[in-house]
Design a protein around this ligand. Sequence first.
Ligand code: ZN
Ligand code: ZN
Length: 241
Amino acid sequence: MKQITETLYFIPGQDDMIPDSHVYLIGRPESKDLTLVDAGLMGKGKYKIQSIQKTGIQLTDIKRVIMTHTHLDHIGCLGEILREIPDADLWVHTAEALLLEQGDERAVYGMDMFQSMCQAQYRIQPGAFTFPVDRRLEGGETLELGGTAWEVLHIPGHSAGSIGLYNRQEKILIPGDTVYADYAIGRFDLYGASGAQLRDSLMQLANLEVDILLPGHNRIMQSVPPGYILETAKQWEPYLS
Ligand SMILES: [Zn+2]
Ligand SMILES: [Zn+2]
């Protein structure tokens, strides 16, 4: 686990046959009101939990998990993590909350072929990704998380309920799988995805001042050049309709 700012830690994903999403821990440690953003792939819960414990942070200080979206590589080890922090809330965008509560796993797996492959490979039972959601996020609200303020941005396209978290004061963006380093963007061929929506969401993000970009996978960017997201959006625009 790496400290990015005074109020933000980074646990890099440990990619397996399938990618494992990064996890971010936000909030002032002394607030004892910490938030995990995303969980990761099946079997990676122990690694994520141990990474947190190594810094001396108490697991009981983690009050909630916010999902940028509910794809398998982000939610796969949510159950493992929640077993260690059973009192933590789960916050998810409203467009994916009901699916999650009803055990409708189309948004988790994204496509049927992937579902059967993963269920066989990881011995996952159907309905394994059924969770009660404690708070439905809409987009537009500002969350007070352990002494820091984060705006929720609804940025559909990669999935219907994708959100970004934006810290305006520190110019930090956590965009989930919507935009990455190296001019890459999230795929838009899975259940609930839309190229046109992804284009609009990228344009929404392009309006933000971003110094630190903390995506769900691959490199993080700690000094984002001005106009980076706009340039990325423009490069992809011909493919997004
Ligand atoms: Zn995803
Ligand atoms: Zn992902």
